[in-house]
Design a protein around this ligand. Structure first.
Ligand code: ZN
Length: 72
């Protein structure tokens, strides 16, 4: 099962010292094998990448720091 998380804008490129936010957390179905992330697409996005859970319960996108967590 693929989980797409491009519905919300990635904020990494908008970060400033006065606009620092903790990375967005995205909960995915616990049956998911992995996630794809493109940072929300458009100017704030990044190339679409795929991450497999590979036995872990969470994945952090190395582009936009989103944290994908499996639901329990
Ligand atoms: Zn990302």
């Amino acid at each position: 099962m693929l989980v797409f998380a491009s519905n919300r804008a990635c904020r990494k490129q908008g970060k400033t010292m006065t606009d620092y936010k903790t990375p967005e957390k995205i909960t995915v179905d616990h049956h998911a094998d992995g996630v794809s992330c493109d940072g929300g697409g458009g100017a704030l996005g990044h190339p679409k990448v795929w991450y497999g859970f590979d036995g872990k319960n969470s994945i952090e996108c190395s582009y936009c720091d989103r944290l994908f967590m499996k639901s329990s």
